[in-house]
Design a protein around this ligand. Structure first.
Ligand code: SF4
Length: 326
């Protein structure tokens, strides 16, 4: 690899996947080398900050009180190096909205250098409780921007418990409404685990009756990273055991004419009536299949498992043979 205005550097074998057009960050004095962007990957995401104003019980990227303002500078340098034909780019944290004006600056940079790229921001939505911030986002006028916001219960106490922040339910709902009022697309995200699964059908009804204006609802399997590992026993439910609740929720949302997707679930643990909603959602670098998947006729359509599922996985993963009843 040739550094800009500098010497060529030999890369170790484990970085042999790098290709022309990829973006890396090299900090020689600290011995740091980070891959920021892979041109051929559909799963590029920018971690804007590790700080967060929530503390979700299953957070896969536990918040840190770090002074990480430099990350915005890193991404502001990286964005102009990304290919304009990049289909989708994630902006995540931590809570990206905590960056305030710098968050807006990053959106502007994306709009300017990647005008046709779909931008997907992961936010807890609470800071859009301030209408002024929602207006600032709308004013950037990105061509294709969606903000993904988690909602975990139809009851304030249920949502607040999962995100470990009192008053979060109300702030989140106001945030969602402010964004939609300003014309910004919103996706609701529900992670499925012991604390969310029992009321899932009632949450779906709440959404279809009160938030039918959102653009997408994603029902998501649990990733066993970060706090989800430490809280494994308190959170884990075999997905095969919550199919009734999942089916009822999807039916309710579809009846309410909402766009609904199921993320992070192998097809073999999903009720067949739900396959049409399943998406291959796991980023390529953390996606795995089991040796037994080789025999499965649905391998191409199936999104597989998180690599972290070695810790715990459904007891019902087994190859499907097309045509077999199930
Ligand atoms: S056996 Fe493997 S490929 Fe087949 S549905 Fe299950 S996880 Fe997917």
């Amino acid at each position: 690899m040739r550094l800009p205005d500098g010497p060529s550097v030999a890369l170790p074998e484990e970085l042999s996947y790098l290709r022309e057009g990829d973006v890396v960050r090299v900090v020689p004095y600290a011995g740091e080398f980070n891959v920021l962007y892979r041109r051929a990957s559909p799963h590029n995401s920018m971690l804007l900050t590790e700080r967060c104003n929530s503390f979700c019980v299953m957070c896969s990227q536990p918040p840190k009180e770090a002074n990480d303002g430099f990350l915005a500078d890193v991404w502001l340098q990286a964005i102009p190096l990304m290919a304009p034909e990049t289909r989708e780019l994630g902006l995540s944290g931590g809570e990206p909205a905590l960056l305030g004006d710098r968050f807006i600056e990053l959106l502007r940079a994306c709009k300017s250098h990647l005008p046709s790229t779909a931008l997907h921001v992961l936010s807890n939505g609470r800071l859009f409780n301030y209408l002024s911030l929602a207006k600032q986002v709308a004013n950037v006028a990105c061509a294709d921007l969606m903000i993904g916001i988690p909602l975990y219960s139809d009851l304030p106490a249920g949502h607040d418990f999962v995100v470990q922040a009192r008053g979060a339910f109300e702030q989140t709902l106001r945030g969602i409404m402010n964004l939609k009022r300003c014309g910004v697309k919103v996706e609701l995200r529900v992670v499925l685990h012991k604390e969310t699964i029992d009321r899932l059908p009632r949450l779906a009804r709440f959404i279809s009756r009160n938030l039918a204006f959102v653009d997408h609802v994603a029902l998501m399997g649990l990733e066993l990273m970060g706090f989800a590992r430490g809280n494994l026993e308190a959170l884990w439910v075999d997905p095969a055991d919550y199919q009734a609740q999942l089916r009822a929720a999807v039916e309710e949302l579809v009846r309410g004419r909402l766009q609904v997707s199921i993320y992070n679930h192998p097809l073999c643990v999903l009720d067949r009536s739900l396959w049409a909603y399943a998406r291959k959602s796991i980023s390529d670098w953390k996606n795995e299949y089991l040796p037994s998947c080789v025999a499965c006729t649905e391998r191409e359509q199936c999104g597989g498992l998180f690599a972290s599922a070695t810790l715990r996985r459904s007891a019902h993963i087994a190859p499907i043979f097309r045509g077999a009843s199930g």
